[in-house]
Design a protein around this ligand. Structure first.
Ligand SMILES: [Zn+2]
Ligand SMILES: [Zn+2]
Length: 247
C-alpha cells in the first residue's frame, strides 16, 4: 500500500532517509521528508499531476523533517499548491515547534496549512489518521501514525524503541493490517532491535510487519531471514529502464 522514497537511516546514501507516500490520481499523501528525501521526490517525478498534498511528520529528527521547508516551498512556487501539514490534534507544542522550525527557514504560514489528525478522502479509500506518542529519543517526541482504510489499518512507526506499543499491536493486528517500523540489529536506545521484534511478533504475523530505516544491507538481510517483510525503495523511470536494458 505504501510506497517508499527511501528506506535508510540518517546517513545511508544508497538507501536514503526513510520516507513513504500514497499517490492516488491527483492526491498525494507523504509521511516524513528528511534531508535526503526532497531531491529523491523530484527524481521520482512524484509531483506530476498532483493538485492536493498532505504531509505528516513522525518527529523532528533531520532524517524525518530536514527536507520539509524545501518541499513546501517547491509545492507552493512550482505547483501552486498549499500543502496541508497534518499534526497531532492534542499536541499544541509540537504544532508550534513545526511552525517555528519552518519560520526560521523563511517558510511562513501563508504557504501551508496546518490540519489536525484528519479524515482524508483519497478517492474511494477513506484514510483516517491518528497520531500515537511512542518511545524514541529522550529529547524529542516521536509519533506513530495510524491510518484507517475501509478494509484495514496501517501502523507506521517512523522511529521508535517502544516494546509496549509493539506488544499492543501484536495483540490486536487484523488479517488486513500492516505495520511499518524502523529497526536495528545492534543494541541501540533509539531503535527497536530485530530480535526483540521477533520475540514480540509470532512467525505467522511477520509477513504483515515491514521493516525499514535500515543502516545497511546486512540489516535488510537479517530482517528477511527472521521472516519479516522489508520496505522497498521506489525506482525512477530512468533507473527502471536502465535495469531492463542491462538484462
Ligand atoms: Zn529519530
Ligand atoms: Zn530516523
Amino acid at each position: 500500500m505504501l510506497k517508499f522514497i527511501g528506506i535508510g537511516n540518517l546517513a545511508n546514501e544508497e538507501l536514503l532517509n526513510t520516507s513513504a507516500y500514497i499517490k492516488q490520481e491527483n492526491k498525494l499523501f507523504i509521511i516524513d521528508c528528511g534531508v535526503m528525501s526532497f531531491k529523491r521526490m523530484l527524481e521520482l517525478n512524484l509531483f506530476e499531476d498532483v493538485d492536493t498534498a498532505y504531509i505528516a511528520i513522525t518527529h523532528m529528527h533531520p532524517d524525518h523533517i530536514g527536507g520539509l521547508a524545501s518541499l513546501i516551498s517547491y509545492l507552493n512556487l512550482e505547483k501552486n499548491i498549499i500543502p496541508k501539514i497534518v499534526v497531532p490534534s492534542e499536541d499544541e507544542e509540537q504544532k508550534q515547534d513545526i511552525i517555528n522550525f519552518l519560520f526560521l527557514q523563511g517558510v511562513t504560514q501563508d504557504i501551508y496549512e496546518l490540519v489536525n489528525d484528519v479524515d482524508l478522502i483519497l478517492n474511494e479509500t477513506l484514510l483516517k489518521i491518528n497520531f500515537r506518542s511512542v518511545k524514541h529519543s529522550q529529547n524529542l517526541k516521536s509519533y506513530a501514525i495510524e491510518m484507517t482504510f475501509d478494509n484495514g489499518k496501517i501502523y507506521y512507526l517512523g522511529d521508535n524503541n517502544d516494546e509496549k506499543y509493539h506488544k499492543s499491536l501484536a495483540k490486536k493486528l487484523g488479517v488486513n493490517d500492516l505495520i511499518y517500523t524502523d529497526c536495528c540489529d545492534e543494541i541501540n536506545e533509539l531503535h527497536i532491535n530485530l530480535e526483540k521484534l521477533a520475540e514480540i511478533y509470532d512467525e505467522k504475523l511477520r509477513k504483515q510487519i515491514y521493516c525499514m530505516h535500515f543502516n545497511g544491507d546486512e540489516t535488510v538481510s537479517k530482517a528477511k531471514n527472521l521472516g519479516f517483510s522489508v520496505a522497498v525503495k521506489e525506482q525512477s523511470k530512468e533507473e527502471y529502464l536502465k535495469r531492463i536494458m542491462s538484462h
